[in-house]
Design a protein. Structure first.
Length: 131
């Protein structure tokens, strides 16, 4: 089980202690957890690389300036979030992105897309009328 480097607590316990309603089973808890898991740039870059096709860990390590263990930990977090899947291939493990893992985030942001389209449309119209 992964633990926080500062407190030594398991990550799942640390998230629960934060007190955010979203992290305690609120209506957007899964969305918030996925966003939290993607809060590190390396994880987003790993997800983008895996979006082009499955890769073994050692190939991913070669594309970052971090250790094998660090990439493995990032992959474990992404796997726990349902954003990547792992399959055995001989002695190695191949990872690939699961686009469906981001569907909840996409669906949640849909409500804001319409709102911002309207705002941006009105701003565009205003700027056209007032050059």
């Amino acid at each position: 089980m992964r633990a926080c480097r500062l407190t030594g607590e398991p990550w799942s316990l640390r998230l629960r202690k934060r007190g955010d309603a979203a992290m305690r089973g609120g209506p957007f808890s899964w969305v918030m957890q996925k966003l939290l898991h993607l809060s590190q740039r390396v994880r987003v870059e790993i997800l983008e690389l895996l979006g082009h096709g499955e890769q073994p860990v050692h190939e991913l390590v070669g594309q970052f300036d971090v250790s094998f263990a660090a990439i493995s930990q990032h992959l474990a977090v992404l796997r726990d979030a349902g954003l990547v899947v792992r399959r055995p291939d001989g002695r190695s493990r191949l990872y690939s992105a699961t686009p469906s893992g981001l569907k909840e985030v996409y669906d949640w942001t849909a409500q804001y897309r319409d709102y911002w389209r309207g705002k941006i449309g009105r701003l565009s119209k205003y700027l056209d009328e007032h050059p």
